[in-house]
Design a protein around this ligand. Structure first.
Ligand code: HEM
Ligand SMILES: *[C@@H]1O[C@H](CO)[C@@H](O)[C@H](O)[C@H]1NC(C)=O
Ligand SMILES: *[C@@H]1O[C@H](CO)[C@@H](O)[C@H](O)[C@H]1NC(C)=O
Length: 268
């Protein structure tokens, strides 16, 4: 074994040992949902609840909840712990409403709309006092197509590395979920305990907290068009096909650059 490989293995082991979950149990009084919560040092709480049974490698729904000061311009959650090539859940205040926007970034540049993650707003969404709170069932937050074009699913049998970002600058057009916004003031990463986020009450929580109205006003309930599990699995691929078509050969070049970067990092 070459010395560099030994170093890589040792670094990998240190990385694993350091991956202690930073989430804690939290029950939201408004919805009765028992989440695993990451209380970030920036005063933003990131919460997840999962179904009890998740088959390895299969897409699954998540209930997410984000609570943040309404003074923020926007807040984002990155589902693979990085800015690029993973679903981004973005929130911002719009008057007394909480807007949500589904995005994906293909570089360190403003993220595009990402139609393959959909959000069904649940009770526990709105602005109270100085706090904005968003609660939703997300289909497509836990699986997608990665930058090599392969299906990727967040492994719910262990801790997951997530990331967040936020800015104090308001988005350009708060009433529009496709609004542009400017770069974050800060980003952070954490490890979330997913096994502890699983519960047999998942379906009951969704049913109990389903709201008739549109929850966030203009943001609306993003009613899912009834994609079955098979549909969900195919959806991200269809999206990547559209990206490839729109960007043409360029995306291939970018993917190859990313592979080289990844290999370079792996060799460090
Ligand atoms: C206009 C929008 C955005 C711009 C221009 C932008 C730009 C950038 C740039 C240039 C970096 C690299 C910084 C460095 O390596 O020193 C970065 C890193 C990062 N950004 Fe963004 N960003 C934007 C939106 C977002 C959003 C919505 C998220 C959602 C969570 C996000 C999450 C991250 C994270 C986690 C990093 C750290 C590196 C990584 O893990 O990939 N960014 N961003
Ligand atoms: C904006 O909201 C509409 C209606 O709910 C939804 O179909 C669309 O996907 C959303 N766009 C983004 C970028 O989230
Ligand atoms: C959502 O509800 C609010 C308040 O009832 C209403 O003003 C708004 O037009 C609704 N938006 C949509 C997209 O239905």
């Amino acid at each position: 074994m070459k010395w560099s490989s030994i170093t890589a293995v040792a670094t990998g082991l240190v990385g694993t040992a350091a991956a202690q979950a930073e989430s804690v149990p939290y029950t939201d009084a408004e919805t009765g949902i028992a989440f695993q919560q990451y209380p970030s040092t920036d005063g933003i709480q990131f919460r997840v609840a999962l179904p009890e049974t998740i088959e390895p490698g299969q897409p699954y729904d998540v209930i997410l909840q984000i609570e943040a000061p309404k003074s923020l311009g926007w807040v984002g959650w990155a589902w693979a712990g990085q800015m690029t090539y993973n679903p981004l859940t973005i929130l911002w205040p719009n008057g007394d409403q909480v807007m949500h926007s589904s995005r994906m970034a293909f570089g360190y540049s403003p993220p595009s709309a990402y139609p393959d993650a959909t959000y069904q707003i649940l009770k526990g969404t709105g602005i109270t006092g100085d706090t904005m709170k968003f609660t939703a069932l997300c289909k497509g937050c836990s699986s997608w197509t990665d930058f090599t074009g392969e299906p990727f699913t967040v492994d719910a049998s262990q801790e997951a590395r997530f990331a967040y970002a936020f800015s104090a600058n308001p988005v350009a057009t708060p009433s529009d979920n496709t609004s542009t916004f400017s770069i974050h003031d800060s980003v952070g990463h954490w490890y979330h305990d997913l096994p502890a986020a699983k519960s047999a009450s998942f379906d009951e929580w969704v049913a109990k907290n389903t709201v008739a109205g549109n929850g966030t006003g203009a943001a609306g309930i993003n009613v899912n068009a009834g994609l079955g599990v098979a549909g969900l699995r195919r959806a991200p691929l269809r999206f990547m096909e559209r990206v490839r078509r729109d960007l043409g050969a360029d995306v291939g070049t970018r993917l190859e650059e990313r592979r080289k970067e990844t290999r370079a990092v792996a060799m460090l």
